[in-house]
Ligand binder design. Structure first.
Ligand code: GDP
Ligand code: MG
Length: 178
């Protein structure tokens, strides 16, 4: 499809990853350019997902139900790009990426799985000046290479480092997906 045609439509971007890795903070940093320092659960029981409209993107965030099979088909339906997020200081959140990746691919049209645009974000690189890192950049890059060259960004939602760059890539990647 011609990119200029697709640009007029909204991109549906979904953000996945373990609870606490910083998905909501990254979105807040990107959208409002501010970091919510004191995390508050603002989600009512019937509030399943959060939907944000920004420029040409509709970003779907999970609202605290980061368990597999709990998000439902509507969350995934029609996605143009999937942003996977882990915390570079928490090994488990990196290991779980495998499950999030598989879960996502299970939910999208099988014809789409080969070239589906993913982006990986390793967040919280500010913590302890990088001394509490549990996953090296190299290891993350190798994972991305094995998954068909997923673009990789390391960010700090707290210090607003590399967040815009990552979301710019989301726009580009989503647009080239047909
Ligand atoms: P979510 O569950 O993936 O949506 O994670 P949240 O965005 O709610 O963040 C979980 C906690 O991590 C909150 O206390 C945030 O303030 C904190 N946090 C998020 N991003 C960063 C970051 O880049 N650096 C640091 N130091 N803390 C962060
Ligand atoms: Mg959240």
């Amino acid at each position: 499809m011609d990119v200029s045609m697709k640009r007029r439509t909204l991109l549906k971007v979904i953000v996945l990853g373990d609870s606490g890795v910083g998905k909501t903070s990254l979105m807040n940093q990107y959208v409002y350019e501010k970091f919510i320092r004191h995390y508050k659960a603002t989600i009512g029981a019937d509030f399943v997902t959060k939907e944000l409209h920004i420029d040409d993107k509709v970003i779907w965030d999970t609202a605290g139900q980061e368990r597999f099979q709990s998000l439902g088909a509507a969350f995934y339906r029609g996605a143009d790009c999937c942003v996977l997020v882990y915390d570079v200081n928490v090994l488990r959140s990196f290991e779980t990426l495998q499950n999030w990746h598989e879960e996502f691919l299970k939910q999208v049209d099988p014809a789409d799985t080969e070239a589906f645009p993913f982006i990986l974000i390793g967040n919280k690189i500010d913590i302890d000046g990088g001394n509490s890192r549990a996953v090296s950049k190299k290891r993350a890059q190798e994972w991305c290479a094995a998954k068909g060259n997923i673009p990789y960004f390391e960010t700090s939602a707290k210090e607003d480092y590399n967040v815009d760059e990552a979301f710019l890539c989301v726009a580009k990647t989503g647009l080239t997906h047909e």
